[in-house]
Design a protein around this ligand. Sequence first.
Ligand SMILES: Cc1cc2nc3c(=O)[nH]c(=O)nc-3n(C[C@H](O)[C@H](O)[C@H](O)COP(=O)(O)OP(=O)(O)OC[C@H]3O[C@@H](n4cnc5c(N)ncnc54)[C@H](O)[C@@H]3O)c2cc1C
Length: 406
Amino acid sequence: MYPAYPAPSAKAVELYASLVDFLRTEVFPAEKAYEEYREQAGPGDHTLPPVVEELKTKAKARGLWNLFLPAESGLTQLEYAPLAELTGWSTEIAPEALNCQAPDTGNMELLHLIGTPDQQKEWLEPLLDGSIRSAFAMTEPAVASSDATNIETRIERDGDHYVINGRKWWISGAADPRCRVLIVMGKTDPTGPTHRQQTMVIVPVDTPGVAIERSLPVFGRQDQHGHCVLTLTDVRVPVTNVLGEEGGGFAAAQMRLGPGRIHHVMRALGAGERALALMVARAQNRVAFGKPLAEQGAVRERIAESRIELEQARALCHKAAFVIDSEGNRAARHLVSAAKVAVPRAVLSVIDRAIQLHGAAGVSDVTPLAALYARHRAMRIFDGPDEVHLGTLARRELGGEPLFTF
Ligand SMILES: Cc1cc2nc3c(=O)[nH]c(=O)nc-3n(C[C@H](O)[C@H](O)[C@H](O)COP(=O)(O)OP(=O)(O)OC[C@H]3O[C@@H](n4cnc5c(N)ncnc54)[C@H](O)[C@@H]3O)c2cc1C
C-alpha cells in the first residue's frame, strides 16, 4: 500500500505549539528542581518530586492531558506521534506531567478497551485523573519472559475468588508510593491451548500477600518510579477482578503492547533529538587543537549521520502510527516491531556520538546523556527484545507473497 498521510487536524497543530511553549517555559526550567529533589532524597526514594505535581496541574489547565488515548484526546496515533516525541525531550518529567507516562498509558488503554464499567470507575478514572499510578506485572525471574507463554504465576479459582501465587520482577512503577494497582498476568489453565492458558487480573497493591521486595537499578541508576521485584503469596481477589476474559491474557497483552510500544518509540525520538541538539551545541562551543570541534570533518559527518538516522527512524515510526490508525493494531504489528528495533538503535547511536563529543562530561551526570543512554539501551530489551521483533518481521517476509516473482 502506498501511504498518503492525512494532514494533521487544527487541534493537533494547536496542541503541538502549546506543548512546545509548555516545554520551553515550564518543563525544562523544572528539570533542575527535579534532579535536586531526587539527589537529596537518595536512590532508595521513589516519591515524585513535587515540581511534577505542579506541572501536572499546569498541563491539565492547558489541555495537555491524556493525549495518548484517542478516546480522550480525539487525536490519531499519527497526530500524537510528534507530541509524544516532544515529551521525549524531557523524558523523566514531561510524559508524567501530561499523564502520558508508561506503564500507566498501556494499563489505561487496556482498562479502556476491556475493563468492565465497575473496573473503569474504580481504576481507569483515577488513572486518567493522574491521582494514582499503576503497574503491569508480567515478567518473572525464573523464566524467559520474552516468551509470554512461559509465565508461571498461578491464578487458581477458589469459589468466587482467585488465589494468586508467583514471583515477578522488573515491574515498573510499583515502587512509587502512588502505585495503587497491579495488572497481573498469570496462568489460570496451565494445560490448556498454549495461548489460552493466561489471564490478567487486577490486584490492588494493598491486597494481603503482595510483597514488594526491592527496586532494580538500570545500569546502576534507580528510576523514580522504580522497577520492582515482587512476590504474590496466596493473594486473594474476587473473580470480578479478571480483566477481559479468563484465558484472554495473551491476547490482551498483544493488545496492550501495540500502542504502548509505539508510544515508547515516539518518545525515544525526542530523546534522540535532544542528544543531537546537545552534540551540535558542544561542537560549536568546544575548541580543540585551535578550532571549534564543529570545524572537524569527522564531527560534521557524525552530526549529519545522526540527522539521517533520526529522520529514517521517524519515518518508520510515523508509518506504523498511520497503519494503526487506518488498519488497526494487528495490521501494524510488523511495522511496530520494525520501529521498536530501529528507533532505539538510531537513538542510541546518536546518544553515543553525543557522549563521545562531550568527552568525560558525556559519561557523567552533568549532561542527561548517560541517563538517556541507559534508558534507551534498556529499551532494546523491554517490551520485547530486538530478536523477538526481528523474528516477527522475518516470519512475515518469509510467509508473504512478493509483488513480482522471478
Ligand atoms: C527498564 C525495564 C523495564 C521493564 N518494565 C517491565 C514492566 O513494567 N512489566 C513487566 O512485566 N516487565 C518489564 N520489563 C521486563 C521486560 O519486558 C523483559 O525483560 C523482556 O520481555 C525480556 O524478558 P527476559 O528479561 O526474561 O529475557 P529472556 O526472555 O530471558 O531473553 C533474554 C535474551 O534472549 C534473547 N532471545 C530471546 N528470545 C529470542 C529469540 N526468539 N531469538 C533470538 N534471541 C532471543 C534476547 O537477546 C533476549 O534479550 C522491564 C525491563 C526493563 C529492562
